[in-house]
Design a protein around this ligand. Structure first.
Ligand code: PAF
Length: 286
């Protein structure tokens, strides 16, 4: 175990388990915030939320290779664990778990998780490996930490629905708590991938919020969804996004489409669009 600005950083499952066992022996509850590091205010809000709900908070910091396809940004994904540990220490986190890839996926690792339900469509269409990898690593992290609660951001809304589903399906003994998306003053959702954006790209990215808001308001007023989705798609391209993977309105609970094309139940609008080599996702309640 090492210490960074008074935050213990553990890298082995054995050290992690020893720390958690000690807390549980004292009757303390444990909260967890799974992350891939490059922490920003969005992650820190999740940590604060976990700290309000549990006596001790573990943040994991692991860039999970199984959720990236070969052509994606695994190698380029920002890594700054020392700074992350300092931020976590100042935010009420009690331990950072930062395993090496070989500790999570040792030679001969042979297990995968396949999901349907909320994992299908949207991100599932464009990043088919993503939710299997997320389900695998988060299940491992839950088995390693054995938290009472875990907090996930609504920024990755489909991921939150996927996590809720496999936790239910696999009877994992952890309560999943969602936390609202943190945005900058112009409404841009905070994301580790924003670090890739130039000033000009940031200006374009900040237009996403208004386009989503207008589409969400139109859907709430009962306008047919195909027209709303088409208009939002066109508005994103006009704003300067180079490519739009999807802009779609779905049921908030299970992400299924509205078969009659009108919002008649709690809904969510979700979008993925590209600025240069950077893919941004966002979503909003309707
Ligand atoms: O949201 C993320 O940062 C990742 O998908 C997660 C949940 C930490 C799993 O690697």
């Amino acid at each position: 175990m090492t210490e960074t600005a008074s935050l213990p950083v553990v890298r082995s499952v054995a050290d992690l388990r020893a720390a958690v066992r000690d807390w549980k022996r004292q009757g303390l509850t444990v909260g967890m915030v799974p992350t891939m590091g490059a922490l920003h205010e969005g992650h820190l809000t999740l940590v604060r939320k976990a700290a309000r709900r549990a006596d001790r908070v573990v943040a994991s910091n692991f860039v999970n290779p199984t959720q990236f396809a070969a052509h994606e940004d695994l190698g380029a994904y920002p890594r700054r664990q020392e700074e992350d540990a300092r931020l976590l220490a100042a935010t009420g986190c009690h331990l950072m778990f930062a395993p090496a890839a070989e500790a999570m996926y040792p030679e001969g690792f042979a297990t995968s998780i396949a999901m349907t339900g909320p994992a299908l469509g949207l991100e599932g269409d464009f990043r088919p490996q993503m939710f299997g990898g997320v389900a695998l690593v988060v299940t491992k992290l839950f088995n390693q930490v054995q938290p009472d609660i875990a907090v996930f951001g609504e920024k990755d809304y489909q991921q939150l629905m996927v996590v809720r589903r496999f936790v239910r399906d696999l009877d994992l003994p952890v309560e999943i708590i969602g936390a609202p998306t943190q945005r900058d003053e112009a409404g841009l959702a905070l994301s580790s991938r924003n670090a890739y954006l130039s000033e000009a790209d940031l200006e374009t990215a900040r237009k996403l919020n208004l386009i989503l808001r207008q589409a969400a308001d139109a859907a709430a007023s009962g306008r047919p969804l195909p027209g709303i989705e088409r208009d939002a798609y066109a508005a994103l391209l006009k704003a300067g996004f180079e490519r739009v993977d999807y802009v779609a309105v779905r049921h908030a609970e299970d992400l299924s489409p509205f078969p009659n094309g009108i919002v008649d139940a709690p809904a969510r609008i979700l979008v993925a669009a590209w600025l240069g080599k950077t893919r941004l996702i966002d979503n909003m309640a309707i």
